[in-house]
Write a protein that binds this ligand. Structure first.
Ligand code: ADP
Ligand code: MG
Ligand code: MG
Length: 247
């Protein structure tokens, strides 16, 4: 589903990704863990096509399509979803308005009919219910004044509405209390645990992986995958630390 080969990328002329290789099969969830500054967020930005993150070599294919040739909005229309470590605030634009425009732009790009107001609200209510987020929150400007947990739950509502094929979630668990963590974890399972979908879950902590059980766990250090294993690797990393496990 996602195939990354020998990927190198730099920011401000500084090499950050240094020959990263990774393959996620359809129906799989892979976790990426690693020390601060390893390049985890850089990987998610490169996959999304964020300006300033320059790919200098290698390839990335999503369902056989060369992702690096596409503009960010084309990647999204193809079914790529990026969850951000720090969700942006957009004053003056309500969340429902933002979500409806986003999903309809993608549906049109795929040749599907846009959701009517009624259809959209039905889907939005269903996904908000799944994430236990009050619909009133979604009438407010995007993320403005939201708590950390509300931002993450709103982002998962967004993911549910967009219904992507592949999601890259960067520290979706940061700033969540135990209850929100469970709700978000269940939401990820509900939305993304399907045969034709895939997830790359970037996290510092093992606890999210108790709810969203990964098929594989990878350690990213200094711009490369330095170790891969099953779910037990996450627990070992937390118990023993990155240096001890990857030495
Ligand atoms: P991680 O998410 O694993 O903590 P990042 O991908 O955020 O790591 O960062 C990897 C490295 O790239 C760090 O050394 C960081 O300082 C650098 N870096 C990331 N983004 C930028 C940027 N926009 N400008 C300069 N350096 C950056
Ligand atoms: Mg970090
Ligand atoms: Mg990061």
């Amino acid at each position: 589903m996602l195939k990354i080969d020998n990927l190198t990328a730099e920011v401000d002329g500084k090499p950050i990704l240094k020959g990263l290789a990774l393959e996620v099969g359809a129906g799989e969830v892979h976790a990426i863990m690693g020390p601060n500054g390893a390049g985890k967020s850089t990987l998610s930005y490169v996959l999304g096509g964020r300006p300033g993150y320059e790919v200098t070599g290698g390839s990335v294919k999503l369902a056989g399509v060369d992702l690096l040739e596409l503009e960010p909005h084309e990647r999204a229309s193809l079914g790529l979803f990026l969850g951000f470590q720090y969700p942006v605030e957009i004053p003056g634009v309500s969340f429902v308005q933002f979500l409806r425009e986003a999903v309809n732009a993608q549906r049109k790009a795929r040749g599907e009919e846009a959701y009517s107001g009624g259809e959209f609200l039905k889907v939005a209510k269903e996904k908000a219910g799944l994430l236990r987020l009050d619909m009133d929150m979604l009438k407010r400007p995007v993320n403005v004044g939201f708590s950390g947990g509300e931002k993450k739950r709103a982002e998962m509502v967004q993911m549910g509405i967009l219904d992507p094929k592949f999601a890259v979630l960067d520290e979706t668990d940061s700033g969540l209390d135990i209850d929100a963590l469970r709700v978000v974890g269940q939401g990820i399972n509900e939305i993304m645990r399907e045969p034709g979908k895939g997830v790359l879950l970037i996290t510092h902590y093992q606890r999210l992986l108790e709810y969203v059980q990964p098929d594989k766990v990878h350690v990213l250090a200094d711009g490369r995958i330095v170790k891969s294993g099953g779910p037990e690797l996450a627990q070992r990393l937390e118990d023993e630390g990155y240096e001890a496990v990857t030495a």
